[in-house]
Design a binder for this molecule. Structure first.
Ligand code: ADP
Ligand code: MG
Length: 390
């Protein structure tokens, strides 16, 4: 494998910090959700892809009981001892501690190691640096301590558990799943209840995904995210009380939703309408891809945004502006917010020959209105996590 200049620099940095060579390089991509937002934690359908911005995780064993870490991103070191009871400290090392704890609980060996965390995946911008981080750590340990390849489902669930329980963010399973299972030029059609999945080819000769980071961190997002989860649960309980066979919002169809409207709290109705129609849009988007009918696919992305904005109320002014600007550019088939919302990124499906125009137009007008310089990531669907021995 040819190492990029960035990785060569990280290897040098590793040697400088730890005075030894890294043994393994793990590349863990970020993810963009193409369609199917806020459906994973209700056992619904999603269609994300792995992208070509990623976390680089360089690691080697150190023959001790200490884990020594250096985040190249934060230019900060820290360490912890594996013999002590690991506790959450609201620090980036929580992600590593969380994965280490879960690995040990599952009976995997973890000894001392040195690791550098780098790469170009922006943090807190809705491209799931957290899940990429967890996946990188589990893959690095599996390679280093001799249990690679881990059973994918086990690895995915273990990483999710690290985030849910150790870090304390009750995320769904989508992010870890796509970062483990992503494939170049494919989106992942995932049923978050059964965990059945299918990789669906995405035409990439004439089309690219352009991800735009709004510059707005998802600061208030965590509270609102948990609030949305609770509202979905209230909706689920409402339908479950009508009929026990309706186990999740996934089982509720739009007709039942409509006839139930007058008996529902209007806010819960709106939240449920988003989830239920979003599941339908994911199914339709996958059908559109199979044809392929990319115009319809783009329209469904647009509709998804409207639903996130109006019914689920997880967009924000900046994301709406990016989406509106994107849709003015010829050759844009669809545009929507991606990720949990309240900041973060949008994703647009753009004709390859219009990308320069897209960047110019959206970049200038967004900057003029908000004063923020947005960041553009032009990407295809990429492979999931991978590792090489250095
Ligand atoms: P997102 O997943 O949208 O990027 P999160 O808030 O879920 O945002 O996760 C971001 C957190 O993951 C950071 O606050 C940090 O603790 C950790 N993290 C991600 N990338 C790195 C990195 N390169 N170095 C250290 N910590 C990182
Ligand atoms: Mg995250």
């Amino acid at each position: 494998m040819r190492l990029s200049e960035a990785v060569k620099r990280e290897i040098k940095q590793f040697k400088k910090v730890f005075a030894r060579q890294p043994e393994i390089l793990v590349l863990a991509p970020g993810r963009a959700n193409i369609i199917g937002e806020h459906t994973d934690y209700t056992g619904g359908l999603v269609f994300p892809a792995a992208i070509d911005t990623r976390i680089d995780f360089l690691v080697s064993g150190n023959g001790s009981n200490t884990v020594r870490l250096y985040s190249d991103t934060y230019q900060e070191s820290c360490e912890f001892n594996l013999d002590e009871k690991l506790k959450r400290t609201h620090h980036w090392s929580d992600y590593i501690k969380g994965v280490v704890c879960e690995l040990k609980k599952a009976g995997y060996q973890v000894d001392g190691f040195n690791a550098l965390i780098g790469g170009d995946l922006p943090i807190g911008s809705g491209l799931s640096s957290s899940a990429a981080f967890e996946m990188a750590v589990s893959e690095g340990c599996a390679q280093l301590f001799g249990y690679a390849p881990m059973d994918p489902e086990k690895q995915i669930k273990l990483c999710r558990k690290a985030e849910n329980q150790f870090v304390g963010v009750s995320c769904g399973i989508m992010d870890q799943f796509i970062i483990r299972m992503g494939r170049k030029h494919h989106g992942l059609y995932l049923d978050c209840r059964s965990l059945e999945y299918e990789l669906i080819p995405i035409p990439s000769d004439d089309l690219v995904f352009v991800i735009v980071y709004s510059g707005v961190k998802r600061g208030l997002g965590a509270t609102a995210y948990h609030e949305r989860q609770k509202q979905c649960e209230r909706g689920r309980l409402f339908f479950n009380a009508l009929n026990k066979s309706l186990r999740s919002l996934r089982d509720v169809n739009e007709d039942l939703l409509q006839v139930s409207r007058e008996n529902m709290d209007p806010l819960i109705f709106k939240r449920c309408r988003h989830v239920i129609t979003e599941n339908t849009r994911v199914k339709r988007a996958v059908e559109a891809l199979r044809k392929p009918d990319m115009v319809l696919f783009g329209e469904l992305m647009n509709l998804s945004h409207e639903s996130c904005k109006n019914d689920f109320e997880v967009s924000c002014e900046e994301l709406d502006l990016l989406v509106d600007l994107a849709r003015n550019v010829p050759g844009v088939l669809g545009s929507r917010m991606t990720g949990a919302g309240f900041g973060g990124c949008t994703i647009s499906l753009v004709a390859r020959n219009r990308v320069d125009e897209f960047e110019r137009y959206v970049g200038n007008l967004y900057n003029r209105t908000t004063g923020i310089v947005p960041e553009f990531y032009i990407t295809h669907a990429e492979d999931g996590v991978s590792a090489v021995r250095l």
